[in-house]
Every structure is written in C-alpha cells, then in structure tokens.
Design a protein around this ligand. Structure first.
Ligand SMILES: Nc1nc2c(ncn2[C@@H]2O[C@H](COP(=O)(O)OP(=O)(O)OP(=O)(O)O)[C@@H](O)[C@H]2O)c(=O)[nH]1
Ligand SMILES: [Mg+2]
Length: 221
C-alpha cells in the first residue's frame, strides 16, 4: 500500500472443519455481508481489512488467509500457517463433530505456526440457536458456551461465540486477537525481524481516520 496508512500488518489464519463458516466470517469482516450459499474453499482464500484499536492509537492491517476445512487440502493449507501472528480456530455450535475435531486442528496450528501465535476459539452460527419468534429453522445447540470456554481455558486460547450471519461478535473476535498480539509486540514477544506475521510501519500520516480498504481474492487452489 503506497504511503502506508497503517501501523502494523498482522497475518491471520482461519482454520477449522469444513462448513463451520470460516469463509463467511471473513466475508462478514471484509464486506459486511453474508453469503447464504458460498462455495467451499478450494485451498486458500485471502482477505484484508484495516481496523483501528483506539486505545492504542493504532491502525492495523489484517491479512487473513482463509483455509479449506476439507481433509484433502490439509497439506496445502498447513503451509500457510507459517509466520501467522493470529489464528481464528472455528467450530459450529450446532455441530458436536466440529467441536470434537478441535484438538486435531490445534495440534496442526501448534506444529506449523509461530509458537507465540495468538489463537481465538470462535463458536460460530449462534444465530441458529436463538429462539426468534416466527423462525422455523431453529436448530439445537450441540456445544454449550461453558464447553467452549473450558476448552479455550485449557488450551490457552481466547474465546468468543459469534455469527457470520448476523455479524454478532465477528469484528470483535479479530479485534480481541489483535489487542492480544499488540500486547505481545509491546512486551517484545514478537520480534519484527524474526516474526514474519508481524510487520511494523511508519504511517505517512498520524491521522487515524479509517479508510474502508477491504479486499478479497482466491489463491492457490
Ligand atoms: N446460520 C448460519 N449459517 C452460517 C453461518 N456461517 C456460515 N453459515 C453457512 O454455513 C455454510 C458453510 O459456510 P462457509 O463459510 O462456506 O464454511 P467454511 O468453513 O468456509 O467451509 P470450507 O471452505 O468448506 O472449509 C454456508 O451455507 C453458510 O451460509 C452463521 O453464522 N449462521
Ligand atoms: Mg471456506
């Protein structure tokens, strides 16, 4: 980006079972919309977004790699974990199976990503559990909030329940992870030279006005 208008660039990966809503969360973040019938991700997709962290007086560019949950793409998607500063580990609160598979995803992340990476566990699709009057499509929740919280605590993850459909907590999830990463940067945990997922820039302007720069593309199918 010419005349950098950000203070940091952070690399994020989004991972978890197929169909849990990883791509939908990214589209919600970058485009503020919801796709009812998105195509399954083939390999990896990319999206970026500028966010502000007002209390830190920082503009942060999130570079997000959205990976396919399908097993056959695992060896490709793993190669994108390297150097990531943040990870959204996603499950579907209406799918017990997607929750039970979390340890496998987490093991992969721990093995292939930066050991200092900040990981936030996201229980997606909470809109499906809400008892909205007149909604015929209410589905039963299969994973309680307590279970999600407990898993997160046991594995040292941040935690949030969200909905890509309603937008609930989506930006908040990325912001929470970003705050945690910036805190690590401040404490010297991430080194600008050794951690490729964290890049520091001197912005051309100190004005914190947020430009609506969001982009999305497909890569590496
Ligand atoms: N009700 C509801 N449906 C959702 C939500 N997020 C995603 N979906 C739906 O779930 C299905 C799968 O969503 P995707 O975003 O493609 O899931 P994914 O995790 O990217 O799947 P892969 O790319 O195959 O790994 C789609 O039909 C979405 O419309 C949500 O928050 N609420
Ligand atoms: Mg996808």
């Amino acid at each position: 980006m010419a005349g950098n208008n950000w203070h940091y660039v952070l690399k994020f990966i989004i991972t978890g079972d197929a169909s849990v809503g990883k791509s939908s969360l990214l589209v919600r973040l970058t485009d503020q919309r919801f796709l009812a019938n998105p195509d399954p991700t083939l390999g990896v997709e990319f999206g970026s977004k500028l966010i502000t962290i007002p209390e830190e007086n920082k503009i942060v560019k999130l570079q997000c790699w959205d990976t396919a949950g399908t097993e056959s793409f695992r060896s490709i998607t793993r190669s994108y974990y390297r150097g990531a500063a943040g990870c959204l580990l996603v499950y579907d609160v209406t799918s017990r199976r997607s929750f039970d598979n979390l340890p496998t995803w987490l093991a992969d992340v721990r093995e292939h990503a930066d050991p200092h990476l900040t990981c936030i566990l996201v229980g997606n699709k909470v809109d499906l559990c809400e008892d909205t009057e007149g909604t015929a499509a209410k589905r039963d929740r299969q994973v309680t909030t307590d279970e999600g919280e407990m898993f997160a605590r046991e594995h040292n993850l941040l935690f949030v329940e969200a909905s890509a459909k309603s937008g609930q907590n989506v930006e908040h999830a990325f912001e929470q992870a970003t705050r945690n990463i910036l805190d690590k940067v401040r404490r010297g945990v991430f080194d600008d030279d050794r951690s490729p997922g964290v890049k520091l820039s001197k912005p051309a302007t100190t004005d914190l006005a947020l430009e609506s720069a969001a982009g999305r593309g497909t890569c590496c199918t």
